[in-house]
Design a protein around this ligand. Structure first.
Ligand code: NDP
Ligand code: BG6
Length: 469
């Protein structure tokens, strides 16, 4: 991996708030290891924690996290990484914690730090304000984890609070789907292949489906998840970002502003989702999970229909489905095309040929499959479905993980793969009606495709496509 073009100065220190937490353990330390391995980590990494850990305990924790993610991790990489680690232990409400952080950054000669907030969202404003109290907001940028608010008013309030302390260009809002190569590929695939553009519109596309299914349940995150649910956890952010990449017009160029401007137009044209166009589900057994309210009606599944009232997409239904405890783990976008105007080749008189599909596999085994029609062997003129498929890892080689890319971007100062304020607010506006009137939650069994009620939102003879991977 090489670092992208920077819009801002490269960072000279990384400050990790929440360094003792789950995200740091599962994603951030493994990402730091990869950046160290590829020579891209050149800065001190300063953890900040309330936990009473020594520097040594912190280093051991980091090493364990790295080895848990990669049993073959190279000790010759872990060693130098540990040399970069430093821990500031202290309460966030004590001014001395912030003075110590400032002094530590001074000692490293830091002028452009990255402050990464791997902490509960309720703490984002506190940390931003405390950084400002010792002048550190003048010399760095913040990386804010999701969820960014829990509805439109709270997202606006959080934006306003952060904006008092950091200018917009120095607020990097993480949505790790934007760091996935497979998701970014949607943009490149669409606009680098001239054959797609003429048919990528309401005249030829019949519907678009995006499914994010996970076999896992809430996996020890019950108390977090029960305050959030599937709509806030992944639909508002990851899934709507995927929709925007599939729907947007060609940007004027690859610069961050151009990309964000085109996405913003998609959301401006997207109708707020009507409560009738939503079906929520909850897997049986969710209420028994640790940290979950036994009477919870929080959804672990959501299926909804979206409309984008633009020149390109008016009238095309967009179906989006997300859920935990489902039959397979896959993230897939399926673009379904209209049938040809006449059925010419059906001499054997079988069922009508299926519609052409473009399936983007965005999760594991990412790639793309075109479902097309070809002549059935034999004397008759008949057609049958054939898949033209590419597995990107086999064709292009292994790619970097999302958090590695995003941490690299944050250090390099490139905002391209982060979410802009207006877009975050647009996405909350789109889902606000279904947050206000969510409707009932339907039970479903683990290992299924969610509640059968999800069929209700499909139009005409549409069906949900099961992921192909
Ligand atoms: P944790 O609950 O593990 O908390 C992270 C750390 O924050 C803790 O180790 C703790 O460290 C510190 N912390 C907790 N509560 C407080 C508090 N009240 N005041 C100050 N510090 C506190 O969270 P995660 O690591 O799971 O998540 C961190 C962020 O990342 C959240 O915004 C979350 O939504 C987001 N996220 C997490 C994902 C995940 O898979 N875990 C996925 C995507 C986003 P200490 O007490 O030592 O300071
Ligand atoms: C996170 C959600 O943002 O994305 C989790 O909080 C979800 O609930 C995860 O499991 C899925 O990410 P990925 O990269 O495994 O598709």
């Amino acid at each position: 991996m090489t670092l992208p073009h920077s819009d801002q100065p490269a960072a000279d220190a990384l400050v990790l708030f929440g360094a003792t937490g789950d995200l740091a353990k599962r994603k951030l330390f493994p990402a730091l290891y990869q950046l160290e391995r590829t020579g891209l980590l050149k800065v001190p990494v300063i953890g900040v924690a309330r936990s009473d850990w020594t520097d040594q305990a912190f280093c051991e924790h980091a090493e364990e996290a790295i080895v848990a993610a990669d049993a073959h991790a190279d000790a010759a990489v872990i060693g130098p990484l540990k040399q970069r680690l430093d821990l500031i232990q202290g309460d966030y409400s004590h001014q001395s914690t912030w003075e110590e952080l400032r002094d530590t950054l001074d000692r490293h000669g830091s002028k452009h730090a990255v402050y990464y907030m791997a902490i509960p969202p309720s703490m984002f404003p506190v940390v931003a304000q405390q950084l400002a109290s010792v002048g550190l907001n003048q010399r760095g940028r913040i990386v804010v984890e999701k969820p960014f608010g829990r509805d439109l008013p709270s997202a606006q309030e959080l934006n306003q609070t952060l904006a008092k302390v950091f200018p917009e260009e120095r607020i990097f809002r993480i949505d790790h789907y934007l760091g996935k190569e497979s998701v970014e590929d949607l943009l490149v695939f669409r606009f680098s292949n001239a054959l797609l553009e003429p048919v990528w519109n309401r005249r030829y596309v019949r519907s678009v489906q995006v499914t994010m299914s996970e076999t896992i349940g809430v996996e020890g995150r019950g108390s977090f998840y029960d305050g959030v649910g599937a709509i806030r956890d992944v639909l508002q952010n990851h899934l709507l970002q995927v929709v925007a990449l599939l729907a947007m017009e060609p940007p004027a160029g690859a610069d961050s502003q151009y990309l964000q401007d085109e996405k913003a137009k998609v959301f401006a044209a997207m109708r707020p989702i009507e409560p009738d166009d939503l079906v929520r589900g909850q897997y049986v057994g969710y209420r028994d999970e640790h940290g979950v309210d036994p009477n919870s009606d929080v959804e672990t599944f959501a299926a909804c229909r979206l409309e984008i009232d633009s020149w390109r997409w008016a009238g095309v239904p967009w179906y989006v489905r997300v859920g935990k405890g489902l039959a397979e783990s896959a993230t897939e976008a399926v673009v379904e095309f209209q049938r040809p105007p006449r059925l010419l080749f059906d001499e054997a008189g079988g069922p009508p040929p299926g519609r052409n599909l473009v399936r983007f596999r965005l999760g594991k085994q990412d790639g793309v499959t075109f479902a097309l029609q070809a002549k059935t062997p034999g004397p008759h003129l008949d057609s049958q479905e054939v898949d033209i498929s590419v597995d990107f890892a086999a064709a292009l080689g292994e790619r970097s993980a999302a958090y590695e890319r995003l941490l690299g971007d944050a250090l390099a100062g490139s905002p391209r793969r982060f979410a802009r304020q207006d877009i975050v607010e647009h996405t909350w506006s789109v889902i606000q009606p279904i947050l206000d009137t969510p409707g009932p939650v339907h039970p479903y069994f683990r290992g299924s495709w969610g509640p059968s009620e999800a069929e209700r939102i499909l139009e005409n003879e549409d069906t949900w496509y099961e992921p192909s991977s």
